[in-house]
Design a protein around this ligand. Structure first.
Ligand SMILES: NC(=O)c1ccc[n+]([C@@H]2O[C@H](COP(=O)([O-])OP(=O)(O)OC[C@H]3O[C@@H](n4cnc5c(N)ncnc54)[C@H](OP(=O)(O)O)[C@@H]3O)[C@@H](O)[C@H]2O)c1
Length: 342
C-alpha cells in the first residue's frame, strides 16, 4: 500500500517536533512537507528549528526545506497542525477549503458544532460530522481536532464510567511546563514553584469533555449531561500532566467497580499503529501514577490511573505532548485512514 503523504504545519515548534518524531518512520504516513512561519520558510529544517527532543533529528528530515503554511506550497494529503490558535483559525480553513484533511492540535475549531473533537477510543462515530461540516462550509477537505492536553487525560478515563451516570466532575490539574511550549514558562518563574493560573485553560477543560462524550444525532453533537469544574496549575515537571479527579455518579459505584471498569475498557480500534494496547493502565501502588515513571506508558499514548477511592476520587496521568498533543492527532489520522477518509 502506498503511504499517505503527510505535512506538518508549525513543524519547528514544541508540538511540531513531536509530530516529526511520530511521523518520520510511520508505517502508513510519509512525511512530505514541513511548514512554519516566514521566519523559517526557505531554510533547511535543521537551520530553522532547534531540535529539542531526546532522539536525534533524522538526517532525512534535517535536510528538508521548510515551506510557508500555504496550501499551494504544502505537498500532502493530510496535514497535522501545531499552529498557535489565532493562526490556526485562518490557515486550517484555507487548507480544508483546498481539499486537505486537517488533523488539528490547536484549539481554534474544537468548539465548532460541525467539527469533531475526537478521542478515537471514545467517540469515533463523531467522524460522521465531517459530512455535515463539508456540506455547511462547502469545503472539499475537512478539519478534525483533538482535545486540550488536560481534557484528554480525564475524558478518556470517564468513557468507561459513562454507564454509571456521571453527574459532576471536578478536576485539579498539575500541568507540565512543556505544555506551554519551549519559550512558554521562564525557568526563573517555575523552578521551586507552582503557578496557580494558566490563561484560558479552565474554560477549555470545563467545556470539551461534554462534547467528546456526547452523542451524534445525525446533524450535531448533543453534549453529555454532566458538569465539569476545573482548577489548573503549572508545576515544575518537564513532561506529563497529573490530575486529581472527583467523579460523582448517580449509580454510586464502589472503588472496586470503578477499577474494574477501567481494567475492562478495551475499545479495540483494530491495531492502529499509534493505538496503545491498553488506553487506561491501572496502577495499584499507593504512590502511582507519577509523571517521571508513567508518562511513557504505551509509548506515551496510555493514561495511567491510580489511588481510586470512595467518592469517587482518583489520579490520572499522561504524556501531554504525546497523548495530549501530537500522538492524539496522529491517532486521529490513523482512524481517518482506516475509515477510508484520507
Ligand atoms: N505544547 C503542548 O503540550 C500543547 C498541547 C496541546 C496543544 N497545544 C497547541 O499546539 C499549538 C502549538 O503549540 P507549541 O507549544 O508547539 O507552540 P510553539 O513551540 O510556539 O510552535 C509554534 C509553531 O507555529 C509556527 N508559527 C508561529 N506563528 C506562525 C505564523 N504566523 N505563521 C505560520 N507559522 C507560525 C512556528 O514557526 P516558527 O518557528 O517559524 O516561528 C512554530 O513552528 C498551539 O495551538 C498550542 O496551544 C500545545
Amino acid at each position: 500500500m502506498a503511504k499517505i503523504r503527510a505535512g506538518v504545519l508549525g513543524a519547528t515548534g514544541a508540538v511540531g517536533q513531536r509530530f516529526i518524531e511520530q511521523l518520520w518512520d510511520h508505517p502508513w504516513f510519509e512525511l512530505t512537507s514541513l511548514a512554519a512561519s516566514e521566519r523559517s520558510a526557505g531554510k533547511r529544517y535543521s537551520e530553522a528549528a532547534r531540535w529539542r527532543l531526546e532522539h536525534d533529528l533524522p538526517a532525512e528530515v534535517a535536510d528538508m526545506t521548510v515551506v510557508n503554511v500555504d496550501p499551494k506550497e504544502v505537498k500532502a494529503d493530510v496535514v497535522f497542525s501545531a499552529l498557535p490558535a489565532d493562526e490556526a483559525k485562518k490557515v486550517e480553513a484555507e487548507f480544508a477549503k483546498a481539499g486537505f484533511a486537517v488533523a488539528s492540535n490547536a484549539s481554534a475549531y474544537r468548539a465548532e458544532p460541525d467539527v469533531p473533537l475526537l478521542i478515537p477510543e471514545c467517540n469515533a462515530d463523531h467522524l460522521d460530522l465531517v459530512e455535515v461540516q463539508q456540506r455547511k462550509r462547502d469545503w472539499d477537505g475537512y478539519i478534525v481536532t483533538n482535545p486540550n492536553c488536560t481534557t484528554i487525560m480525564f475524558a478518556l478515563t470517564l468513557k468507561p464510567l459513562m454507564p454509571m451516570d456521571i453527574q459532576r466532575v471536578i478536576v485539579a490539574s498539575m500541568q507540565a511546563v512543556s505544555g506551554a511550549g519551549y519559550e512558554g514558562v521562564p525557568s526563573m518563574a517555575i523552578l521551586g514553584n507552582i503557578i496557580p493560573f494558566i490563561s484560558g485553560e479552565e474554560e477549555k477543560v470545563e467545556q470539551e469533555a461534554q462534547k467528546i462524550l456526547g452523542t451524534f444525532d445525525g446533524e450535531r453533537i448533543v453534549d453529555a449531561p454532566f458538569t465539569v469544574s476545573a482548577s489548573c496549575h503549572r508545576v515544575p515537571v518537564m513532561d506529563g500532566h497529573t490530575e486529581a479527579i472527583w467523579a460523582e455518579m448517580a449509580a454510586d459505584p464502589t472503588p472496586d467497580e470503578v477499577r474494574a471498569a477501567f481494567l475492562n475498557f478495551n475499545p479495540g480500534l483494530g491495531d492502529l499503529p499509534t493505538e496503545p494496547k491498553r488506553p487506561i493502565i491501572v496502577r495499584d501502588e499507593p504512590d502511582r501514577p507519577q509523571p517521571r515513571l508513567d508518562r511513557n506508558a504505551g509509548k506515551g499514548m496510555a493514561v495511567s490511573v491510580g489511588r481510586i477511592r470512595e467518592g469517587i476520587r482518583y489520579i490520572a496521568m499522561g504524556h501531554n505532548t504525546v497523548r495530549g498533543a501530537a500522538g492524539a492527532s496522529v491517532l486521529n489520522a490513523e482512524i481517518l485512514s482506516k475509515k477510508g477518509m484520507l
